[in-house]
Design a protein around this ligand. Structure first.
Ligand SMILES: Cc1cc2nc3c(=O)[nH]c(=O)nc-3n(C[C@H](O)[C@H](O)[C@H](O)COP(=O)(O)OP(=O)(O)OC[C@H]3O[C@@H](n4cnc5c(N)ncnc54)[C@H](O)[C@@H]3O)c2cc1C
Length: 374
């Protein structure tokens, strides 16, 4: 049964709960806000369907994807990378497909939403470095497909794998677009980070952008705008993320951190494009890496009508960390989790965060190394 799995073996996509014909599974969040299946033993018949549906395992695909560097100039200002994600979603809306994507909603909560209009796509743009809440989404996708609608689902590879498995009988009407993923951070730590900043500024946050594209594609700073009118760019959240302290435990063993993807199309950043294809994207405004994984994905991408610059590239030259292996959790991740749950964000910020003694020591070591040229 899915509840026999260890935390490291569950990505929280919710496909098992949606598949259960007895309604015996509900998803419940832990102290970091990551959702796990809970089985009601009175309703469960031990039919095993939940285990069959679970798709958190390597993809069996032999052909290598076709890789392209792509930019949609019009979408760059409001997209995270080259705007491929938004262009694909726009195309889908234009064709009458229903789109599902991760959106920033009330109270800066990140959750998957359903869109049928261009207006409804807006909150799905830009990267949100938090695991999005999929509550009720697998059920809705399945229902749309059963009713004969075409669907484009965008999400992390594990979310795409779950949706693909749950909806396998409707694969001709379902297009899956996943992101290259470093790991999904904790929704509760994000909440704590926002409250901590509000307390420091003595003002409510009006706008939060995980990674502000207006300061450049290579920058990774969070923009916070307060009711007081104050605007700050902070490294705080991204720093803890990059220290591998707060990603979902299953991210450390992600079976999709490779080029065999559970989707038709994969989108990410084409890091290194400036050297690989000089002149293609030298302006620090973003460039997507697009992997066309299936014939359906290739055909769909060719049909996108928004103006773009495309360049086929050798995937071997663009194999960033998470296209080769999962991000390794820090040895301090378990301690961090305990500290966060018991003592809250201000404590973990002071102990592990940007500006903490550990961070200052690290900076000092870097400075010495630079000084000694080692
Ligand atoms: C947690 C996370 C880790 C990432 N790690 C990497 C990485 O290591 N290397 C890399 O190259 N790219 C990574 N990306 C992807 C990259 O940052 C861009 O989101 C991606 O290239 C899309 O940019 P775009 O301009 O094409 O799309 P945009 O037009 O900006 O649209 C954003 C798209 O991303 C989806 N999305 C945003 N946030 C989430 C989320 N939390 N969960 C699921 N889907 C989401 C939306 O549904 C939408 O389709 C990561 C994204 C996330 C969310």
């Amino acid at each position: 049964m899915v509840t026999d799995k260890k935390r490291e073996e569950c990505c929280g996509c919710g496909a098992c709960a949606a598949a259960c014909p007895h309604g015996a599974i509900r998803m419940e969040a832990d102290g970091l806000g990551f959702r796990y299946p809970l089985i009601d033993n009175d309703l469960c018949t031990r039919c095993g369907l939940c285990d069959e549906i679970c798709a958190f395992r390597p993809v069996e695909r032999t052909s290598e994807p076709k890789a392209e560097a792509v930019r949609f100039p019009e979408h760059l200002p409001a997209s995270q990378s080259g705007g491929a994600g938004y262009a694909l979603m726009r195309q889908a809306i234009g064709e009458g497909r229903i789109v599902y994507g991760a959106a920033m909603t009330d109270g800066f909560r990140v959750r998957h939403l359903r869109a049928e209009t261009l207006e409804e796509l807006e909150p799905m743009r830009l990267t949100k470095y938090v695991q999005s809440d999929m509550d009720g989404i697998p059920e809705q996708v399945l229902q749309d497909l059963k009713e004969g609608r075409k669907v484009l689902f965008t999400g992390t590879p594990c979310q795409c794998a779950g949706i693909g498995s749950l909806c396998s009988q409707y694969s001709d009407r379902l297009l899956l677009v996943d992101i290259v993923c470093h790991g999904v951070p904790s929704p509760e730590v994000w909440k704590g980070f926002l409250s901590w900043n509000e307390a420091r500024q003595g003002s409510r946050i009006r706008k939060a952008v995980f990674r502000d594209p207006s300061i450049g594609w290579h920058e990774a700073r969070t923009l916070l705008v307060f009711d007081s009118g104050e605007r700050i760019h902070t490294d705080g959240f991204y720093y803890i993320y990059m220290k591998e302290l707060m990603s979902r435990p299953s991210c450390g063993g992600c079976p999709f951190a490779c080029t065999r993807r559970p989707s038709d199309i994969t989108i990410g950043d084409s890091w290194g494009i400036e050297k690989a294809v000089p002149g293609f994207a030298d302006d620090n405004r973003g460039c997507s890496l697009v992997l066309l994984n299936t014939p359906q994905g290739r055909e769909y991408f060719d049909s996108v009508s928004d103006a773009c610059a495309r360049q086929e590239v050798d995937l071997n030259g663009f194999l960033q960390l998470n296209l080769v292996s999962p991000s390794k959790p820090s040895r301090r991740a378990k301690r961090f989790e305990k500290d966060f749950i018991r003592k809250g964000f201000p404590y973990v910020q002071a102990r592990y965060g940007y500006g903490s003694p550990a961070h200052r020591l690290e900076e000092y070591r870097k400075k010495i190394k630079r000084h000694l040229h080692i």
